[in-house]
Design a protein around this ligand. Structure first.
Ligand code: ZN
Length: 396
């Protein structure tokens, strides 16, 4: 406890500071007005070495492995510690492994998709308690900054895409989630909990960056370029808005067949050209072209097929410049959007899953145990050979 002069907690010797309500609290024990009895169960074990856990650690470009790490501890007033029940691997994790994300330091625990159970909450967390089953958002948002107040949480001044990038992520047995009131969502009763890990990132990305940015509406002709997991999530969520046609462009036979199974009205395989896509629209063009690959040629294909008044919604992660064909587009009233997922539609997507309108499990091709995490990475990294879309990794 504190008498107002102490600078460390007399119970755990941890840091003392104001919580979000201005109350003095210990970041380990919680607000003092609730101590010592009521919140004793939330106190982390002190004066003992933190318990260990297994985690998938990025060791530098091209190298990674499972390591023993200390379990995360509460650091701030809005933190929660979540025990991971199920996680998945994203293509951006593979980009990091290749060394394409220099901001990620060696030693970082990767991963930003997960479902888990809350082990511990700090005193500032009001919406969750120990034992709650939760979906972890890929986006960390403080809820207070200008970007968060606009719903553009991907650009939160204190968060954004932080998990598995700037802070340790979900490819571990436990993860610390900052601003837990905004970064966690309760798992509705009666849903397939494991598959909800796909609502951390892949489904909100396809839905927000593709379908919503592209403003898909009833009767539209939509073209999804790229049938990887995010492209397929865009295909599935586009159908919530009743487009007349959804054409999918994808060179891989397995993925194109999967797209057809998931509702694509037409598919264009290897060697796709703008002419072939336009043929499927009787030359009218595409109302919403969703780029879900991240290469110059696939973005330029979208430019070549978009109809007057149409949208090009970029979803892909681009590493090289693409040619902007303004000489063709300047007079065609075309809207081009870019976006990083804000994960603000997770509640909407959870509800569509709960009511059976959306089934994320349709993208799951492989399931592994946690100790097979390295195998899961290898499988996902060779997705075409393994016919892999999303892989689930279950802990326990
Ligand atoms: Zn913010």
């Amino acid at each position: 406890m504190t008498n107002g002069k102490d600078t460390v907690c007399s119970i755990c010797h941890g840091e003392i500071g104001p919580d979000v309500y201005g109350r003095i609290m210990c970041y380990g024990c919680g607000p003092y007005e609730l101590l010592p009895h009521e919140r004793r169960d939330l106190r982390p074990p002190q004066s003992v070495r933190p318990a260990a856990m297994k985690a998938l650690v990025y060791r530098g470009a091209g190298t990674y492995g499972l390591e023993e790490r200390p379990r995360p501890e509460l650091k701030g007033p809005g933190d929660a510690i979540v025990r991971i029940l199920c996680t998945s691997i994203s293509s951006t994790d593979l980009h990091i492994l290749k060394g394409d994300a220099p901001e990620v330091a060696p030693g970082r625990i990767l991963g930003h998709e997960a479902v888990g159970v809350i082990e511990q909450v700090a005193g500032g967390v009001t919406g969750f308690r120990r034992g709650d089953h939760v979906l972890v958002s890929s986006i960390t948002s403080c809820g207070r900054c200008a970007a968060c107040r606009r719903g553009m949480t991907s650009n939160c001044e204190e968060g954004g895409w932080a998990l598995g990038r700037h802070i340790d992520g979900t490819h571990a047995e436990y993860v610390r989630v900052p601003f837990a009131d905004y970064g966690l969502h309760k798992v509705p009763a009666g849903v397939d909990e494991d598959a909800l890990a796909l609502l951390s990132d892949v489904f909100p990305t396809g839905h927000e960056c593709g379908v919503l940015s592209g403003a898909v509406k009833p009767g539209d002709v939509v073209c999804v370029v790229g049938a990887g997991p995010v492209g397929l999530a865009a295909l599935m969520t586009a159908q919530l808005y009743s487009p007349a046609q959804v054409i999918v462009v994808e060179p891989d036979d397995f993925r194109l067949e999967t797209a057809r199974r998931l509702g694509a009205t037409a598919g264009v395989g290897a060697g796709a050209t703008a002419a072939r896509v336009l043929e499927l629209t009787n030359g009218r063009g595409i109302d919403v072209a969703i780029e879900a690959v991240g290469l110059p040629e696939t973005f330029e294909l979208c430019e070549d097929v978009v109809a007057p008044g149409g949208h090009i919604a970029n979803v892909g992660v681009h590493g090289r410049p693409a040619t902007l064909r303004l000489q063709k587009l300047w007079s065609r009233n075309v809207t081009i959007t870019t976006r990083l997922v804000d994960a603000v539609t997770i509640p909407l997507l959870l509800e569509t899953v709960r009511t059976g309108r959306l089934d994320p499990r349709k993208l799951v091709t492989h399931t592994f145990r946690f100790e097979q995490l390295e195998v899961a990475y290898r499988t996902f990294a060779n997705a075409a050979a393994n016919k892999a879309l999303k892989v689930l990794i279950k802990n326990g």
